[in-house]
Each structure stands twice: as structure tokens, then as C-alpha cells.
Design a protein around this ligand. Structure first.
Ligand code: G1P
Length: 327
């Protein structure tokens, strides 16, 4: 089947901005963070002092995007307030000589234009992305999606994905290798051998994709990690899929549909780190990791964490020597 790939590849080679809008689905209920999420949206919980969604905005701005289309549930619109001006708070910080805090207050607002897209019902990630169609300009032929639960580090994987799309066309996703017993949490790729011609990172063509398979059905241990560069045709595919895993409209199923119709999909295999801010088990290590690297808090945190671990190991003699609680 013919698609718009050739045209879009030419457009981006012609030097136009390749990603203008980044779609950020943020309508989830944050169940795994209750009771905090009774009143605070999960995306506003801080990594050290900065809400996860601001880290995503920073990554989108670094990519050169101009607009963040934040998909929110009707009762979660306060997320958008974080991107407001807060001139009075900034003024107070400056008057008190707290220049660093004043800069932090103004940062989100200055990074990127954030617009809210309302998802009326929680019908799944695919539905959320579909809701953002009207937020894109007509000349945008690529839909970038960043899931705020996923921190993919070091930042810069989207730039690699843009380079792959420029060379190979189609859609490009980010893959991460997990252990086989973790695959059931993710969209899992069936991939071909690496494609030649990319320096410093691995690119593979995707034969198929399946959402949260049972371990024995998983086609590989390469999973989707919350960074997507999709051809605009994904909106059409999203209109044609049926509810899938969990009774929800899955983005994975729309991508699988596009693949089955001949649309080229590749993955960049991410070799760095990933933090999952979507549950306390991933959120806490993310805070420790960012905290240790923080100039202000890092040194004391290092001492404190070492002490906590030493105490813990003393209470659990079997653990010392490197075994983890799961081993
Ligand atoms: C979503 C996607 C899944 C992907 C994951 C990455 O799942 O549906 O394909 O692997 O994000 O974090 P969720 O974590 O929202 O259940």
C-alpha cells in the first residue's frame, strides 16, 4: 500500500522543522500514586524539585518543538497551570534576592507553548493520542508522542529517531531491552536484524508489535519506552482499531495496523538509562538518581543513602554482597 512516506521524507530533508508539536498524554488517574493523586496530578509530582511534565517539556523544547499538546482529563486541567506565568511569585522571589528560585518559577512558561487537549473519557493511550489531532497544524506530517511516565536518558533519543525518519521514512519508535519477565508491562516489538548505516546506535525494522503479551508470547525483549515519532497516518489508523488489551484503544494496535498495511516502522534501540515515573517503584529510584547528581543535594544524599543501605543490610544479613530483594 502506498503511503505518504516519500513525500514527508522529502519535506523534512528540505529543511522544515521536523517536529512542531509534541503530544503528551497526561489523562491517567494516577492510581498507583494514591493517596497523593487524590489532589495532585501524577505528572506534577517532583523529581527532586521539578515536576516530571516539566522535564518532558524541556526535552521537547531541546528537540526544537514549539508546542506541547497536553492531553488531560476534565478534572486534571490544573496540570496546565504549571505552564502559566506566575509573575507575582517571580517578583517576590526576585525582591528577596532568590534569583535562582525566580528563574525556576519562570522556566516552564518560557520553554514551550503548552496547550490543553481534553480527553473526556479514559479510553486508552491510543484514544488520548487521537484526541490531539486538532492540536496539530495542517502542515505537520509527523506526530511526536512523549509519555511523561518515561524518562529516557540521556536526553536525545528523539533526535536520533528524527534522523532515522529522515533517512528511512515511515514511523520511528524507541526500544529498550528488558528482562523476559518484565515484557508483560509493555508494547513488545518483533524486529529484523539491525539496519546498516547508522553510526553509534542500533536501528531495526519492526515486523510487528504486540501490547502487553504474556511472557511466553512475547516476540522479543525489546519494548516500547514512551517516545514515538509517528506518521500522521496514525490518526486514521486510530480511528480504525477496536478496543484491545484491557478493553482500551491501544496506540500499539494502531501501529501494528499500519505495519500490516505496509507502513515502514523502525526502532532506535536505546542504550542508556530509563526511569519509570509511573509507579512509586520507579519514581523513587529516579529521585535518588537525579538527587545524587544535584549539586546542592547530591553530596549529603550520597551519605544518607549509603547509611540507609548499610542499616538495611545489617537488618537483612542475607542481602549484603550484592543480591537484590528479588533474587
Ligand atoms: C504504555 C504503552 C506501552 C509502552 C509503555 C511504555 O503502557 O501502551 O506499549 O510500552 O507505555 O512506558 P502503560 O505504561 O501506559 O500501561
Amino acid at each position: 500500500m502506498q503511503d505518504s512516506t516519500d513525500q514527508t521524507t522529502r519535506a523534512s530533508r528540505a529543511g522544515g522543522p521536523s517536529v512542531k508539536t509534541v503530544v503528551v498524554p497526561a489523562a491517567g488517574m494516577g492510581t498507583r500514586f494514591l493517596p497523593a493523586t487524590k489532589t495532585v496530578p501524577k505528572e506534577l509530582l517532583p523529581v527532586v524539585d521539578t515536576p516530571g511534565i516539566e522535564l518532558i517539556a524541556e526535552e521537547a523544547a531541546a528537540l526544537g518543538a514549539q508546542r506541547l499538546a497536553v492531553v488531560v482529563a476534565p478534572n486534571k486541567e490544573e496540570i496546565m497551570r504549571h505552564f502559566g506565568e506566575f509573575a507575582e511569585l517571580q517578583r517576590i522571589m526576585l525582591a528577596r534576592g532568590k534569583d535562582e528560585q525566580a528563574a525556576k518559577v519562570g522556566r516552564a512558561n518560557g520553554l514551550i507553548e503548552a496547550v490543553a487537549v481534553t480527553q473526556d473519557q479514559p479510553l486508552g493511550l491510543g484514544h488520548a493520542v487521537g484526541c490531539a489531532e486538532a492540536a496539530l497544524d495542517e502542515d505537520e506530517d509527523v506526530v511526536a508522542v512523549m509519555l511523561p511516565d518515561d524518562l529516557v536518558l540521556p536526553v536525545g533519543v528523539m533526535e536520533k529517531m528524527v534522523a532515522v525518519r529522515e533517512q528511512l521514512g515511515g514511523s520511528v519508535l524507541c526500544a529498550f531491552n528488558v528482562t523476559r519477565d518484565e515484557v508483560f508491562n509493555y508494547g513488545v516489538f518483533d524486529v529484523e536484524e539491525p539496519v546498516d548505516g547508522f553510526d553509534g546506535f542500533e536501528v531495526r525494522r519492526v515486523r510487528g508489535m504486540v501490547e502487553k503479551p504474556a511472557v511466553e508470547d512475547a516476540p522479543s525483549t525489546l519494548v516500547a519506552t514512551g517516545r514515538y515519532l509517528l506518521d500522521r497516518g496514525v490518526f486514521d489508523a486510530l480511528r480504525r482499531i477496536e478496543p484491545g488489551k484491557g478493553g482500551e484503544l491501544q496506540l500499539t494496535d494502531a501501529i501494528e495496523l499500519m505495519i500490516s498495511e505496509g507502513h515502514p516502522v523502525h526502532v532506535v534501540v536505546h542504550e542508556g538509562k530509563r526511569h519509570d515515573l509511573g509507579n512509586p517503584g520507579g519514581y523513587i529510584p529516579a529521585n535518588v538518581d537525579f538527587g545524587l547528581r544535584d549539586a546542592k543535594y547530591g553530596p549529603a544524599l550520597y551519605t544518607a543513602v549509603k547509611k540507609i543501605i548499610a542499616d538495611y543490610e545489617a537488618e537483612h544479613p542475607g542481602l549484603a554482597g550484592g543480591a537484590s530483594a528479588q533474587d
